[in-house]
Design a protein around this ligand. Structure first.
Ligand SMILES: Cc1cc2nc3c(=O)[nH]c(=O)nc-3n(C[C@H](O)[C@H](O)[C@H](O)COP(=O)(O)O)c2cc1C
Length: 188
C-alpha cells in the first residue's frame, strides 16, 4: 500500500536508533552501494520531513522524490558538489510554497527543519544521506526548477541525496564549550 494521494497512512519502516544517538552520529554520506531504498523506508523519511515544526504551523513544504536515473544524472552534472546524486538510490528536493508562507525567512526555516528531520530519519534507518544546498538564482537552482517542472510559487530550498552507505565516517568531536554562553555573552 503506497498511500500516494489516498489520504490513508502507508506502511512505515521502523528504527531502533534513539534520537540523541542519531543527532550525534549522523554524518554526510556521499558514497552509496546502489541498493534501492524500500517504499517503507521512503515513507518513514518523508513522514519525518512532514513532522517538522513550521512558523505559524503553515506547513509550506513539499517534497519531490527523485528516482528517475536520468533526472538524478542531470542534477548531478549541474553542480560539482552534487555529483553523488548520480549514484544515489534517490534524491528528495525540499521545496516551499510561497503562497502558503510569504515570509522567506520562515519558508527557508521551515524547509530546513524538514531537511534535518529527513537526514536524521535517513541515518536512523541505517541509510546515508547528505544535504545539498540550493543557492537562490544559481545555475543549479534554475536547473532544479526546470528538471522538476516547479511552478513559480514553489521555491527549492535543499536537496537530500540518499542511498545505502558505501562509506563509514567516524563521529567527530563536536562539544565546544566556547560556543555556549549562560545568561549573557561571554568570551573565553
Ligand atoms: C546548507 C548546507 C548546504 C550543504 N551543501 C552541500 C553540498 O552542496 N554538497 C555536499 O557534499 N555537502 C553539502 N553539505 C553538507 C556539509 O558539507 C556537511 O554537513 C558538513 O561538512 C559537516 O559534515 P557532517 O554532515 O558529516 O557532520 C551542506 C550542508 C548544509 C547545512
Amino acid at each position: 500500500m503506497t498511500g500516494k494521494h489516498t489520504g490513508q497512512e502507508p506502511n512505515f519502516a521502523t528504527s531502533s536508533v534513539d534520537v540523541l544517538s542519531a543527532i550525534r552520529e549522523r554524518r554526510s554520506i556521499r558514497r552509496y552501494t546502489g541498493e534501492p531504498v524500500t517504499e517503507e523506508q521512503l515513507n518513514t523519511i518523508l513522514h519525518a520531513g512532514l513532522c517538522a515544526p513550521t512558523a505559524r504551523n503553515r506547513r509550506p513544504f513539499h517534497f519531490i522524490v527523485i528516482q528517475d536515473r536520468q533526472l538524478l544524472e542531470k542534477l548531478a552534472q549541474g553542480k560539482i558538489h552534487a555529483r553523488m546524486l548520480a549514484g544515489a538510490a534517490c534524491g528528495i528536493a525540499i521545496c516551499g510554497d510561497k503562497t502558503v508562507e510569504e515570509r522567506m525567512e520562515h519558508l527557508y526555516a521551515d524547509c530546513f527543519a524538514a531537511t534535518q528531520n529527513i537526514l536524521l530519519a535517513v541515518h536512523g534507518l541505517g541509510l546515508g544521506g547528505v544535504w545539498l544546498g540550493v543557492t537562490k538564482d544559481s545555475d543549479w537552482y534554475q536547473l532544479i526548477k526546470e528538471c522538476l517542472e516547479l511552478p513559480a510559487h514553489i521555491e527549492p530550498a535543499a536537496v537530500v541525496s540518499i542511498g545505502h552507505p558505501a562509506e563509514q565516517r567516524p563521529t567527530p568531536h563536536t562539544w565546544e564549550p566556547g560556543k555556549i554562553h549562560y545568561d549573557k555573552w561571554t568570551t573565553q
